[in-house]
Write a protein that binds this ligand. Structure first.
Ligand SMILES: Nc1ncnc2c1ncn2[C@@H]1O[C@H](COP(=O)(O)OP(=O)(O)O)[C@@H](O)[C@H]1O
Ligand SMILES: [Mg+2]
Length: 295
């Protein structure tokens, strides 16, 4: 596929998302839908220090409770690791935050003003929540640089500039992103030729190009080599403070590197929080040991 086609694709996608958002906001043809433009969500307010707040969120699938009164708060700039056995509800939690799954009950706020349950998936992304899925989804035939450039052009605050040349600030940002994801030396390389770990970093760079306040990362180091895992931890630690990060991960060595012996870890089990505290403390918790060993 040519870059022009991809850009055309991105433009159509933006238009489609805007139409969908307008439908979601306007119900069956409300004013917003009539005007054919998306309902503009209020700007998130982080002045109270809370980035994300879940309150008694429940989700059932055919009577099975994947989330059971889950409550959780993430601070602005916090890096929170979430662990828990398979089936604990970790991915479902991310599905709820990003609008992919609607809960049966509970509340879900972004900052102190935005009710995520009232927004569509594109509106949530636009409000500043970025999600990294397990499989990297980069444009393989394009160079690393071009991938990042496309992501920058799709900047939620710069949609109007989709066809314009990148401005000075955007070029500087590209440069900064390449350094951050440690792919400066690979800028001209086809993304398809990168290692698995490098593709993951590129995708994280593409998420960062949208400047999300909150990043959700589901098993980001699965399939990475030890060295790549270590570098990923360094990358996340460098993002902490500027962004809030929620990292779901099974690799305890990685979690230990991220939490540095002091940060809070949340243990999910059967759709709710089983324990919360420093990694060593929750790992010594009898109930936590039981759910990990019990299966
Ligand atoms: N779309 C779905 N339909 C039915 N059951 C689901 C669906 N998504 C998740 N589940 C179930 O919900 C539970 C939690 O799943 P998940 O959130 O993927 O757990 P985790 O990510 O912690 O491993 C699992 O038992 C899973 O089978
Ligand atoms: Mg999962």
């Amino acid at each position: 596929m040519t870059p022009e086609l991809l850009e055309e694709g991105a433009r159509r996608r933006a238009a489609y998302e805007a139409r969908r958002a307008a439908q979601a906001a306007g119900g069956s043809g409300g004013r917003a839908a009539g005007w054919g433009r998306p309902h503009r969500a209020a700007e998130p307010d982080f002045t109270h220090g809370v980035a994300l707040y879940l309150d008694e969120v429940s989700v059932s699938f055919d009577g099975f409770k994947a989330l059971n009164q889950l409550s959780l708060a993430i601070d602005v700039g916090e890096l929170r690791c979430i662990i828990g056995p398979n089936g604990a509800g970790k991915t479902t939690m991310m599905d709820v935050i990003t609008g992919k799954t609607r809960p049966d009950s509970g509340r879900c706020h972004f900052g102190s003003t935005i009710d995520l349950l009232r927004l569509s998936e594109p509106q949530i992304a636009q409000a500043g929540i970025g999600r990294k899925f397990q499989k990297p989804t980069v444009y393989e035939p394009l160079s690393v640089l071009h991938n990042l450039e496309l992501a920058l052009r799709a900047d939620r605050r710069a949609r109007a500039a989709l066809t314009a040349r990148l401005n000075g600030a955007q070029l500087a940002r590209l440069d900064e992103l390449l350094t951050l994801i440690q792919l400066r030396g690979e800028a001209q390389r086809e993304a398809g030729l990168l290692s698995h770990g490098q593709k993951q970093w590129l995708e994280i760079g593409m998420l960062l190009a949208q400047d999300p306040q909150l990043l959700l990362l589901d098993e980001p180091v699965a399939g990475m080599t030890d060295e790549e895992t270590e570098r990923t931890a360094e990358l996340f630690l460098s993002l902490e403070g500027r962004h809030s990060l929620v990292v779901v991960e099974h690799d305890m060595h990685f979690v230990a590197q991220l939490t540095q012996g002091r940060k809070k870890v949340t243990v999910l089990h059967e759709g709710s929080v089983l324990a919360e505290g420093p990694l060593a403390t929750v790992q010594a918790d009898e109930r936590v040991i039981e759910v990990y060993l019990g299966r």
